[in-house]
Design a protein around this ligand. Structure first.
Ligand SMILES: [Fe+2]
Ligand SMILES: [Fe+2]
Length: 265
């Protein structure tokens, strides 16, 4: 595990970046808006946990350090991309202010246990998003904007690579199943709700601008890909709920390894 820092030029990037499946692209756009606030929050929470693990678990402390460097690189790249979103769509700043306030209040008002469970929940979602990206969504991404696709390819490959760090930290400090499950459920509800609202907001502007492909063939293809993605994600979401869940047991696979290799600079 290591931190990579590929460079991106978003000068000509399109925020309408998955023309074959605009809703999927906009869902990730919603995710991108959270990251300049969510990933610094992860780093802060793990910093508090790190102090408690310093003596007892030096290997995990090393993992936390690499994890934090990866997340710091991610949110800076997403902050640069989010400027494209702000340029090309209206009403982005309100969403950013909302999510920023959420993470500020989590840090201020919630316990380390609650925050670590949220972080683990987010990382479980990130792993499934990564597997979807490199799995059933690979076809619709072939025609996607190459810079934005490259951003997510690097980010999600590293999410898969560091998939077990938050889980191991939570297990080391607060091993209860109920804590982990409530963190996962809260994070899912919070982030999916936000992502879906951003998606609808962006799609409405695409609709008004006449950008959405409406022919029968593309509608059918979108429905098929969405059904495949849902069937792929369901057992993975259920597995997170199992008491024996362990993300370290997931294999990275050749497409993820290729994504990591392309991100080496
Ligand atoms: Fe990340
Ligand atoms: Fe992560």
């Amino acid at each position: 595990m290591k931190a990579r820092r590929p460079t991106f030029s978003f000068e000509d990037a399109q925020a309408f970046w998955v023309p074959e499946m605009p809703a999927y692209g906009h869902n990730l756009n919603g995710g991108s808006l959270t990251l300049p606030y969510l990933e610094p929050y992860l780093i802060q929470v793990l910093k508090q946990a790190r102090d408690r693990l310093q003596e007892s678990n030096p290997d995990l402390v090393r993992d936390i350090d690499v994890f934090s460097r990866q997340e710091a690189n991610h949110f800076r790249a997403h902050a640069a991309y989010n400027r494209v979103l702000r340029r090309q769509y209206e009403g982005i700043e309100e969403f950013e202010a909302e999510i920023r306030a959420d993470f500020e209040s989590f840090l201020e008002d919630r316990s380390l246990e609650w925050n670590l469970a949220y972080c683990d929940g987010f990382e479980s979602i990130g792993l499934i998003s990564g597997e979807l990206f490199f799995g059933p969504m690979a076809g619709v991404l072939e025609t996607a904007d190459p810079q934005v696709r490259g951003l997510w390819e690097w980010h999600l490959a590293e999410e898969i690579e560091h998939r077990n760090v938050c889980h191991d930290v939570l297990k080391a400090l607060y091993p209860g199943w109920r804590t982990r499950i409530s963190g996962f459920r809260y994070a899912r509800h919070h982030l999916q709700g936000f992502g879906n609202r951003v998606m609808r907001h962006l799609l409405a502007q695409d609709e008004a601008a006449g950008r959405l492909p409406k022919d029968r063939r593309s509608r059918l293809r979108r429905r098929l890909v969405a059904a495949r993605a849902a069937a792929f994600a369901l057992p993975r979401n259920l597995w997170v709920l199992a008491p024996g869940y362990g993300p370290a047991r997931r294999v990275e696979g050749p497409t993820v390894e290729a994504g990591l290799a392309r991100s080496e600079v």
